[in-house]
Structure formats: C-alpha cells, structure tokens
Ligand binder design. Structure first.
Ligand SMILES: Cc1cc2nc3c(=O)[nH]c(=O)nc-3n(C[C@H](O)[C@H](O)[C@H](O)COP(=O)(O)O)c2cc1C
Length: 303
C-alpha cells in the first residue's frame, strides 16, 4: 500500500482533526505549512463562507489541506460545488455516509476519508470506494462512538485493505507510535491542536484544556443516538437534570470558543487533555510528536 504521506503529498502522517467553528484558516494553514494535513471544518458554514476559508488558507500555504463535511448539514450539495470549484483534493466526512456525493467527489479527483466508529461502517466505506478511513475511538473530544481507540484500530486495520488513520486520545509520540503498532498508517489529533498558538479559540478554553486532568471529561448522550465528550462543567452537569438539547448545538460550543464561557459553554475536549500542558505553535507540536514517535518506536522491547 502506498504511504499516506506519498498518497496525500504531505510531510508528516499527522492530520489536524476538523473542529466545527474552530478549524479555520489560521490553524489549518499553520498545520499544512508545517507539513501535516490541515483540515477546514465546513460544518455550519455557508458555501460562500467555505469559499472564503479555502481562499484564505491558500494565501498562507501552498501545501495540501483538506475540508471536512459534516453530512447532517443541509447545504452539503452546495459545499461540494464549492470544493470542486476551488480545486480541493482531499475531503474528510463525519456524521453520516458520503454515498450521495461520492460520484461527484470521485469524478473531480477528490480523495475521500470518512471518520468511522466501527468495523462495519469501515467495511461499508471501503465498498463505497473511499481512499481511507479515519477510525475514531471514544476517547476523542466532540461527537463520539462507543469503541475505544485501543480496540477499534486493530480490528478496522484487519478488516479493510485501505489506509487507516487513528483518532481519539492521541496527543504525543507515544500515542502516535502505539497507533502505528495497532495497524494505523497515520494519526488525527483534535484536542492537542486546541492548545496550539494558532488555534483561534478564547484563551479561557485553552487554559481549561491545560488545567484538565485525565478524568476531567464527561460524555453526555442524546436520548436517541449521538454522544459528545467535553470538559465537565455547569452546562454538561446540568444536562443530566434538564436534558436540554441545546448543549449539542454549535451555539453552545461558540459560547466556550468565542466568549470564553467555560462553565455555560460546551468545552469539547478529549481525554488526552490531561496530558497537554503547554501552548506552542502547531509546527512545534507536529515535529515533537513525530520525533518522539520515531524514538519510542525504536525502543520497544518486549522481553
Ligand atoms: C472541539 C471539537 C470539535 C470537533 N468538530 C468536528 C467536526 O466538525 N467534524 C469532525 O469530523 N470531527 C470533529 N471533531 C473530532 C476531531 O476532528 C478529531 O477526530 C478528534 O478530536 C480526535 O480525538 P482527540 O480529541 O482525542 O484528539 C471535533 C473535536 C473537537 C475536540
């Protein structure tokens, strides 16, 4: 199988996970410029806003970057038109199947990487003709499935013959090396990129992640499907009492990301937050994770 770095023409097999409302051109261009794969989160953007994000990213880097489509949104067809017109070459997808758009994406020469939570969906995606899958374990921040990264990656890697990118709970070189040992050929990190200098979120959000420990997150479940992980705070604790679906909205995330309200906003974060202790440029994070993964993988001794 061709290496993911060669397939996508990137330097490091490290994806910056799409983060709704957060993964905008400042972060995306910094990641791609550093040799990783920056990914614009299109969820919540109009076609015109998406076009602007793509153009602003292109002004800042000549390296490849991707766009993430949140498939439950109503304007996906319009967003696909924009991707094709703006010559985007890599797309990741979440929250549904890309099936209705596959023909157009493939005709335009776009490589498609759906985020998947199980072996069954990974196999379905392979049959659909996707170029790889991003297998995301429930350690991740944001919307999550039920299986851990530790158990999901080896089972998906065994079940499909396309590249598997591991996501969920990876924040350093140990995590990256472990993902490769489990059968992945790349990693996607979200929470770790929240702590980068270029990440355009309120300082309170970054500080909340830095201060979090290993048990600081909580998962709340919508009555019918859908679960999200975020830092335990008044909003998420309150959900168990009043079950207001507002907590799942983009507005709840915006209160934390824009206004810095880390009690009444949804501070989406993964469990790896407990290990993140510094704000640094995306380039430093990527290079440190990669160098540590290389060093760690050469030192594995089983007996
Ligand atoms: C604040 C936040 C927002 C996210 N929004 C999206 C999104 O819009 N689309 C998507 O496919 N994944 C989304 N994710 C998931 C990330 O892309 C990534 O897969 C995940 O964060 C990886 O796990 P980690 O947080 O343990 O690194 C989001 C994650 C976070 C923390």
């Amino acid at each position: 199988m061709e290496k993911i770095t060669e397939l996508l023409e990137i330097q490091y097999p490290i994806f910056q996970g799409a983060m709704a409302h957060i993964a905008r051109y400042p972060l995306v261009s910094a990641v791609s410029e550093a040799g990783g794969l920056g990914i614009i989160a299109a969820g919540g953007l109009s076609g015109e806003e998406l076009r602007e994000q793509i153009r602003e990213t292109k002004k800042r880097t000549k390296n490849p970057f991707a766009v993430n489509l949140m498939l439950q949104m109503e304007n996906i067809s319009e967003q696909v038109d924009v991707l094709i017109a703006e010559d985007i070459k890599i797309v990741t997808t979440g929250a549904g199947t890309p099936k209705p758009y596959m023909e157009r994406l493939k005709q335009a020469g776009i490589k498609v990487f759906p985020v998947i939570p199980s072996v069954k969906i990974a196999q379905k995606m392979e049959q659909l003709g996707v170029d790889g899958v991003i297998a995301e374990g429930m350690e991740a921040g944001g919307h999550i499935g039920e299986t851990t990264t530790m158990t999901l990656i080896p089972q998906v890697a065994q079940a499909v013959n396309i590249p598997v990118i591991a996501a969920g709970g990876i924040g350093d070189g140990h995590g990256m090396a472990a993902a490769f040992v489990l059968g992945a050929c790349g990693v996607q990190m979200g929470t770790a990129f929240l702590t980068t200098t270029e990440c355009p979120i309120h300082e309170n959000y970054k500080q909340a992640i830095l201060q979090a420990n290993d048990t600081a997150t909580v998962v709340i479940h919508k009555e019918k499907g859908g679960a999200i992980r975020g830092l335990r705070n008044e909003l998420l604790e309150g959900y168990s009492k009043n079950e207001s679906g507002e907590v799942f909205s983009l507005a709840a995330l915006q209160r934390a990301a824009d206004d810095g309200d880390v009690q009444q906003g949804n501070v989406m974060s993964g469990q790896i937050a407990g290990m993140l202790t510094q704000v640094r440029p995306a380039k430093e994070l990527i290079e440190a994770v990669y160098a540590e993964a290389e060093a760690v993988s050469q030192k594995i001794v089983l007996r």
